[in-house]
Design a protein around this ligand. Structure first.
Ligand SMILES: [Zn+2]
Length: 253
């Protein structure tokens, strides 16, 4: 029991750091300095007010100094980070794969929330992730060749989809950020992961898109970014991809 508990706590604290990254990276601020402060009144947050989830509940979601509302996203990212940490531990055990995929999932989480807010994917995360993946691949259950094919297929396929979509609709659906993101996903998952991610992201993206249009009764959806769906698809692949593919193959035969 000690490891699951320790990893949950670790996941929560790392989630707290991811919140800092999500807030500061798009503003081009340092992620290590200065210490956390309230974005409204700039009062430094005291250590006992900075405990993941618990402080949010204790302060009823408000800054202690100025009572500005703290977004529900903060505890949400912390809980997501802990859940993913535990899920990866259950999938890989305590191993180099677990550690590398957790770092990768953290990058995807940060990308997801920055993309939702700003419709951008910072190069420091996507290209940084590609470089990290090319170094870490030696400890992953992938060959170097598979990772490179994943990188080429991921970015190539998305460039083809963007051009195809533009050719058919004369509109730009996705951007260069998504190209680099899927390339980065390909390094960590290989070509099978790229195909699974595109399939899964399109499926979930369509369901969410259609629901959004029905609820909002708006015409087309220009503002829903694709990065979060790609990230979600990639995480599903690493956690349950093999099981889903086996189930599907059994189902069709
Ligand atoms: Zn404040």
């Amino acid at each position: 029991m000690i490891w699951p508990v320790a990893l949950t706590v670790l996941g929560l604290f790392i989630g707290s750091f991811l919140n800092v990254c999500i807030h500061r990276i798009p503003r081009c601020e340092s992620i290590v300095w200065p210490a956390s402060h309230c974005p409204k009144c700039l009062t430094p947050i005291r250590p006992w007010d900075n405990i993941p989830v618990l402080s949010y509940l204790f302060l009823l979601g408000k800054c202690r100094s100025c009572s500005a509302k703290i977004s529900l996203r903060y505890p949400m990212v912390e809980i997501l980070s802990a859940l993913l940490c535990i899920s990866l531990y259950l999938r890989f055990g305590l191993s180099p794969e677990f550690l590398i995929y957790y770092v990768w999932v953290c990058i995807l989480l940060v990308i997801t929330f920055i993309d939702l807010d700003y419709q951008i994917i910072p190069d420091s995360l996507s290209i940084g992730g590609i470089i990290l993946g090319l170094i870490a691949v030696f400890w992953l259950p992938l060959s170097y060749k598979t990772a490179l094919i994943g990188l080429a297929l991921g970015s190539g396929l998305l460039i083809a989809i963007i051009y195809g979509y533009y050719f058919l609709t004369k509109r730009q659906g996705m951007g260069g950020g998504d190209v680099k993101l899927l390339g980065m996903i390909g390094v960590f998952t290989g070509w099978e992961g790229v195909l699974f991610t595109i399939f899964c992201a399109s499926l979930i993206g369509s369901v969410v898109g259609v629901t959004w249009v029905i609820i909002r009764k708006k015409g087309m959806l220009a503002a829903i970014p694709f990065g979060p769906f790609l990230s979600l698809g990639a995480i599903v692949y690493v956690l349950w991809g093999a099981k889903i593919i086996n189930w599907y193959l059994g189902y069709i035969s």
